[in-house]
Design a protein around this ligand. Structure first.
Ligand SMILES: *Cc1c(COP(=O)(O)O)cnc(C)c1O
Length: 478
């Protein structure tokens, strides 16, 4: 091909206004149909060979019409598995999307501003820092708290743990002596982050929990004392502000006191729970969270942002920068007097998109009040769900909601309770109208109900209770 032919072919990647408008119309129509379908769409869909049609339509040398491509997306990606935006999603920690967040993401991709380095994208950098500063204020952290908007809680944990490692000044040879404390209910990603941060050999003490699955401060203190007596080095305390398993909030004030007394870095996991602090009721239940040296909070959970949004706040800039900052010849040096931190100085990411737009745009358009209301609503709905559950026959309460996650099981007339509850869960998932998940608590298989989807309101909770009652009756008859 000559240069002109190459240009004409490559220009297909940058459609002319008319073709571009047609593409946008098709995508907007898809978005509208997606929203209109929400009321009827299953919360969970089991398919024979989920997504198999994608493999049958690999990209060819020539493109396909937009309608056919969007149909592939609808059938092969949007339909199978858990719905990403349903108000009847009560499994794990339910994800949400709000349209302004999705459009923020679209605009970030469209304008493609660089949010890694102040010199190239000062506005995008400032936006990320402003969103983080807003979170810090809401959580009661002091001015000057820094942080990062990462691609989820797991990565946010890694950033925080690297800062904690730098603050302690460990060398590789120290890792075998270093001790980490978390509850036996902590999320696995904390240990994963330790391993990735080069601390896989650290001694991780899984502290036993009380009857409500909260870390026991007396057992924590005993573990720290035992490690000190053995000549080891207590380092990191990682309590959870709302566990994934049962929604337990560890005793944060006790943890803060012990961390202070023993010089531990307090790294609090609020991935699920932290944003409840936006409403007064939640703030009361999370008292003590503000004492953390680093805190993880997931906007893709508690702020209903698109998936892939996790935040970490760190009180101490110096170790955060020491873990991540780098200079290179091909980059301009940051001006000395610049008080605007560049995200590349505090995370592993370099070519960073304007992730903050998916938070900034909805916060600007709607204000903070609807977020506070939605979170208070979820707390109330969780109480409503828990009361409703108590009225179901043969129900054994296991974990009452401390925020918006609860666990329970049905006691079978005879036979294995685990298998009985597994059958109830499977029948719910086959039916697909509501989506719940299960877990093990003290060895027993339990059902979990997590209220956090944006579109979960009273009607959806009532429907979940109806579906559960029906599934339970079905299991009795089977
Ligand atoms: C979801 C969650 C995580 C992990 O965060 P991701 O955003 O899924 O990576 C960590 N801790 C708790 C308590 C969580 O609920």
């Amino acid at each position: 091909m000559d240069l002109q032919q190459l240009e004409s072919l490559s220009r297909r990647l940058d459609p002319a206004p008319e073709a571009r408008a047609e593409l946008m119309r098709a995508v907007m129509a898809y978005a509208e149909a997606f929203h209109e379908g929400l009321a009827e769409a299953p919360a969970f869909k089991l398919l024979e060979r989920p997504g198999a049609g994608l493999a049958e339509a690999p990209p060819g040398e020539e493109g396909r019409p937009v309608g056919a491509v969007l149909e592939l997306l609808r059938e092969q990606v949007d339909q199978p598995g858990a719905h990403g935006a349903s108000g009847r999603h009560f499994a794990f920690i339910p994800p949400s999307t709000q349209i302004a967040g999705a459009l923020g993401d679209f605009l970030a991709a469209l304008t493609n501003k660089y949010a890694g380095y102040h010199f190239a994208g000062p506005g995008a950098v400032r936006m990320e820092n402003l969103v983080l500063a807003w979170m810090a204020r809401e959580f009661g952290f002091p001015a000057g708290t820094h942080g990062n908007l990462a691609a989820g809680g797991s990565l946010a944990h890694l950033v925080g743990i690297c800062a904690a490692r730098e603050a302690a000044g460990f060398k590789a040879a120290d890792t075998g002596r270093v001790c980490v404390y978390l509850s036996d209910q902590a999320h696995h990603c904390v240990q994963k982050a330790l391993r990735v941060a080069g601390l896989g050999e650290a001694k991780v003490r899984q502290i036993p929990t009380d009857a409500r699955f909260r870390l026991r401060p007396d057992r924590l203190e005993a573990a720290i004392q035992a490690d000190l007596a053995a000549g080891l080095r207590p380092w990191l305390l990682a309590p959870t502000a709302g566990t994934t398993n049962s929604g337990a909030v560890d005793p944060l004030p006790d943890c803060a006191e012990l961390a202070q007394r023993h010089g531990l870095w307090l790294h609090t996991d609020g991935a699920y729970g932290a944003f409840f602090a936006l409403c007064a009721e939640g703030r009361a239940r999370l008292a003590g969270m503000e004492a953390a040296d680093s805190l993880v909070a997931d906007p893709h959970k508690g702020l209903f942002a698109p998936m892939g949004t996790g935040a970490v706040l760190v009180r101490h800039l110096e170790p955060l920068r020491r873990a991540h900052a780098y200079a290179a010849d091909y980059l301009p040096a940051p001006p000395e007097d610049l008080d605007e931190l560049s995200p590349t100085e505090v995370t592993l990411e370099f070519s960073k998109h304007a992730r903050a737009l998916r938070l900034w745009l909805p916060l600007q358009l709607h204000g903070i009040a609807p977020f506070r209301a939605a979170l208070e609503e979820k707390l109330r709905l969780a109480e409503l769900a828990w009361d409703g559950l108590q009225r179901l026959p043969d129900l054994e309460p296991v974990a009452a909601p401390q925020l918006s996650v609860m666990a329970f099981r049905f006691l079978p007339p005879a036979g294995d309770a685990d298998a009985f509850n597994q059958r109830i869960l499977e029948s719910l998932q086959r039916e697909g109208r509501v989506f719940l998940s299960g877990t093990r608590l003290r060895g027993a298989f339990c059902l979990r109900l997590a209220v956090l989807a944006l579109r979960t309101h009273r009607a959806e909770v009532e429907e979940a209770l109806t579906c559960l009652a029906r599934a339970h009756e079905g299991a009795l008859g089977a």
